[in-house]
Design a protein around this ligand. Structure first.
Ligand code: 5AD
Ligand code: SF4
Length: 407
């Protein structure tokens, strides 16, 4: 979501005549887009602010802007810690961010309405909804991003169409919980049915899903619509019903397993990826072992595992954070090790196979492409392949990337 918001801002800045530079010495303004999901993300942002503060002592005219969830959560308290910060714009005000930043330099901009530049990249993100109403007990998102709002489907379809006209071939639909998309009588499955009709669009992906809301209609579309990729990110968080209940996830492990079976029956090639939290308050070794067992049973195509960190205002923050840090680290390492082992097994099975991939870019004669299941594939290639489907014979397989020859 942050990558997408930064990208959207980038397009508006380009339209204002600003351009992106890659180092501080050339910059007039530094914009830090922040995340509040875990305490580590906030610590990283603070340490970056420390570094730019030092830089500002040398180049005093540079402006520092903090945007996004941390700006929403902490507001002017950020300025108390870093008086070098010139402007703070919270996640809920992101739509006006570019204008407010331009006004730091020249007030005339307030009168100027611009059409954001449409970038000609192969893979583009499109936000279909903002906010979240689920209130999982550990999560700060409903507080910093606000209530769930679905964007008008006509706006979304038009945006996708113009991106495709400008060269996009894959669209990734984004929302905190795309399965609960609803605008008038259009739900997520019917939104996809509209988007697949866009000519020259080759692929559609979507993130992220909530197991309590995944509909049979969506599973059916994944099975029948060739443009919809065989990949679904379905955060499990835990396989212990006690912990799932304490997390307010509103499903049981059994329900989760049933969904996996349903998906795999309908789309045999599907890759399911997930998120897992270890060390949630009250997570015993037995609860953790259940999650580990689930990781072994389900064999995810990939996973992100996080050590629980209490977030202010959430209901879990009032629970006793009773799993010691060292134990969280141990559980984190065990899940990661198991997941890496499974990933190696999955990619090893792909050795010698021919994979159909969509080429996203070329750098130094090497194309970067992706399988329908979302795995990165590299091969020697030519510029003409960018944006096209090609076949690659897989010769080498690493956890996060495959290498091969174009057939
Ligand atoms: N502590 C640890 N992980 C968290 N996540 C969300 N909130 C927390 C938290 N307080 C994880 C969840 C979610 C992912 C985006 O981040 O697994 O799916
Ligand atoms: Fe957070 Fe739960 Fe909403 Fe995901 S569904 S953003 S974890 S509250």
């Amino acid at each position: 979501m942050n990558v997408c918001d930064s990208d959207m801002l980038d397009s508006v800045f380009l339209a204002y005549g600003a351009s992106k530079v890659n180092n501080l010495s050339e910059a007039d303004v530094v914009i830090l887009n922040t995340c509040s999901v875990r305490v580590q993300s906030e610590q990283k942002a603070f340490s970056y602010l420390g570094r730019v503060k030092e830089f500002k002592q040398k180049k005093t005219c540079i402006k520092i802007v903090v945007i996004g969830c941390m700006a929403e959560r902490l507001g002017h308290n950020i300025k108390k810690r870093f008086n070098s910060v010139d402007l703070i714009i919270g996640a809920k005000d992101i739509d006006n961010a570019a204008l407010r930043i331009m006004n730091l330099f020249c007030t005339n901009y307030s009168a100027k309405k611009v059409n954001p530049e449409i970038k000609s990249e192969i893979v583009r993100y499109v936000t279909i909804m903002r906010g979240c109403d689920n209130y999982c007990s550990y999560c700060t998102v409903p507080f910093v991003r606000g209530r769930e709002i679905s964007i008008n489907y006509e706006t979304i379809v038009n945006k996708c169409s113009s991106m495709v006209k400008n060269g996009a071939r894959e669209i990734i639909l984004l929302g905190q919980n795309v399965n609960s998309y609803q605008y008038e009588d259009i739900n997520f499955a019917s939104l996809i049915k509209k988007i697949v009709t866009i000519e020259n669009l080759e692929r559609i992906r979507f993130i992220t899903n909530h197991p309590k809301d995944l509909s049979d209609d969506l599973v059916k579309i994944m099975a029948t619509e060739p443009k919809v990729c065989s990949h679904i990110h379905l955060p499990m968080q835990s396989a212990s019903d006690k912990i799932l209940k304490a997390m307010n996830r509103k499903y049981s492990y059994e329900h989760y397993l049933k969904l996996i079976k349903k998906l795999r029956t309908a789309v045999p090639s599907v890759s399911v990826t997930t998120d897992i939290i270890v060390g949630f308050p009250g997570e015993t070794n037995e609860d953790f072992e259940n999650t580990l067992k689930a990781v072994k049973t389900i064999r995810f195509g990939g996973l992100y595992v996080f050590r629980y960190s209490p977030r202010p205002n959430t209901t879990a923050a009032a629970m006793i954070d009773d799993v010691p840090f060292e134990e969280k680290k141990r559980r984190h390492a065990i899940i990661l090790k198991e997941s890496n082992k499974i990933s190696i097994e999955i990619v090893s099975e792909m050795l010698g196979s021919i994979q159909q991939v969509l080429v996203e870019e070329i750098k130094n004669g090497i194309i970067k492409a992706r399988t329908r299941t979302g795995r990165k594939v590299f091969a020697e290639g030519r510029k003409e392949y960018v944006g096209k489907h090609i076949n690659v014979n897989i010769k080498e397989a690493k956890i996060n990337s495959l290498f091969g020859d174009i057939v």
